[in-house]
Ligand binder design. Structure first.
Ligand SMILES: [Fe+2]
Ligand SMILES: [Fe+2]
Length: 176
């Protein structure tokens, strides 16, 4: 693969930071869920955290293969206390929307610079972000249907555990 333009390399390194932060944030969420005895949610966020780490590694590989230098970022401390399960998933949606915006920005830059290898590489992430946002939105919809309160939390946790199992099954089928 060819050499990356400096502006593209910088944007890709910024994305390493974004994905690493997402991984970090979801880990914090997993242990907030743990503290609330929401074990299904904990497993959901552990898997999400691992998935973001895999995204981060894809950027490392791509930058390195393209004769660039992937930069290991210093991470900001994510929030680790949340008001409710609803508020937690609102944070997740905002986080994913931020990542989508960031991917779109690099895509626009890659087109502007006629860097079609990077355009091609980013296509996978465009689809991934569409799926992620749809998944989180569907979880928020379900939480709203089930409603708040102690008993509801029990059902929400079960629902999210089911979703987590379905996502794990997709991963092992190679559709990660
Ligand atoms: Fe990601
Ligand atoms: Fe994500």
């Amino acid at each position: 693969m060819g050499n990356l333009k400096k502006s593209i390399e910088k944007a890709l390194n910024n994305q390493i930071n974004e994905e690493a932060y997402a991984s970090h944030f979801y880990l914090a969420m997993a242990y907030w869920c743990d503290s609330q005895a929401l074990n299904g949610c904990k497993r959901f966020f552990e898997r999400q955290s691992e998935e973001e780490r895999q995204h981060m590694l894809k950027f490392y590989e791509y930058v390195s293969e393209s004769n660039g230098t992937p930069i290991t970022p210093t991470l900001a401390k994510p929030p680790q206390d949340f008001k409710s399960i609803n508020s937690l998933f609102e944070h997740v949606l905002k986080q994913e929307q931020k990542v989508t915006a960031s991917i779109n920005k690099i895509m626009a830059l890659a087109y502007k610079e006629s860097d079609f290898a990077t355009v091609q590489f980013l296509h996978w992430f465009v689809e991934e972000q569409r799926e992620e946002e749809a998944l989180i939105q569907s979880i928020l919809d379900r939480i709203n249907i089930i409603g708040g309160g102690g008993q509801s939390l029990y059902y929400i946790d079960k629902e999210i555990d089911k979703i987590n199992m379905a996502e794990l099954a997709k991963d092992t089928a190679g559709e990660a």
